[in-house]
Design a protein. Structure first.
Length: 300
């Protein structure tokens, strides 16, 4: 991470000067080019070298621009906007850029949240929090991170939902058709070629002869002939004899199988007292345990 002894704009100034050098440069040469103290200029090249912009020179404590650094220097020579764009391009794959992009995947994040995420990604102790702040400031100065109106920070490309696959894309096992291509037109736009394909960009017309189309028949079936869904009935308790006693005599109540087969409805339980409900529960558990034992595997 960059040194906390320099501001982000000073870091950027020294980095551009080092990338623009023709001969190997050290702290003294960078101080002459930028006007920043030599002891502070000597703290910048290590970070620039770790990000791929500089390489070591043949003399001690000297540095030369790499291919990436020369690319950035040529862009800054054409203008600051092009230079910042080139620097963003070369830094987008760095660990700190990937960390911020992943953290801002679903929206803006507070500064404290991004600083904490950078410290975790760098496996750094809390004592290096100032360096994380400077790194975040440098990313803002370069344009990798934008500041929202709320004060929160966001990845410069905005919401990163572009990485999430669209639900409109066909599944992988769908065979390509004549209307599908890798460079598909925008939604709602007609295909290239000056004509529209029938059935794709316009409503289907009725077949020749004036007869109804298949889709019309299907619509008519759905609107007129489709049966209405049955209405759910509220379960009611079984009939009771006068006085709340179950009817007796020759009927299904005297047959054990007829008693066990129909399900016991919740409304039926309203006829039982709390003591009877607990007793029924105990009996059902016992019947379940015994039935499971009888239906289980035989022991040889």
């Amino acid at each position: 991470m960059p040194s906390p002894k320099l501001r982000a704009d000073q870091h950027l100034l020294v980095i551009v000067a080092a990338c623009s050098a023709v001969d190997p440069v050290g702290a003294a040469e960078l101080a002459t080019a930028t006007g920043i103290a030599a002891k502070n200029c000597g703290l910048v090249p290590v970070f620039a070298m770790n990000t791929g912009l500089l390489t070591k020179g043949h003399r001690r404590a000297t540095y030369l621009p790499s291919d990436k650094g020369r690319y950035v220097a040529r862009a800054f020579a054409r203008g600051e906007a092009e230079g910042l764009e080139a620097l963003r391009t070369k830094w987008k794959g760095q660990w700190f850029a990937r960390t911020v992009r992943e953290r801002c995947r679903y929206g803006p994040v507070s500064r404290e949240g991004l600083v904490a995420k950078l410290l975790v990604a760098a496996r750094a102790e809390r004592e290096r929090i100032k360096q994380a702040h400077v790194l975040l400031d440098l990313m803002v100065a370069v344009g990798l991170v934008t500041v929202e109106e709320s004060g929160e920070l966001h990845w410069f490309e905005g919401a990163c939902h572009t990485d999430i696959p669209s639900t409109d894309t066909p599944p992988p096992d769908t065979p390509p058709t004549a209307t599908q291509s890798t460079d598909a037109p925008d939604e709602g736009a007609p295909p290239a070629g000056g004509h529209e394909e029938p059935g794709l960009w316009e409503e289907p017309s009725e077949p020749a002869g004036g007869g109804p189309s298949d889709s019309g028949q299907a619509d008519g079936l759905c609107r007129e002939d489709a049966p209405e869904p049955p209405q759910a009935e509220v379960p009611r308790p079984r009939a009771e004899a006068p006085g709340g006693q179950a009817s007796r005599g020759t009927g299904p109540e005297e047959d054990l199988l007829s008693l066990l087969l129909p399900p016991v409805l919740l409304a039926d339980l309203t006829r039982l007292t709390p003591t009877e409900v607990l007793e029924l529960h105990s009996h059902l558990r016992a019947v379940t345990a015994l039935t499971a034992k009888l239906r289980g595997h035989r022991i040889a």
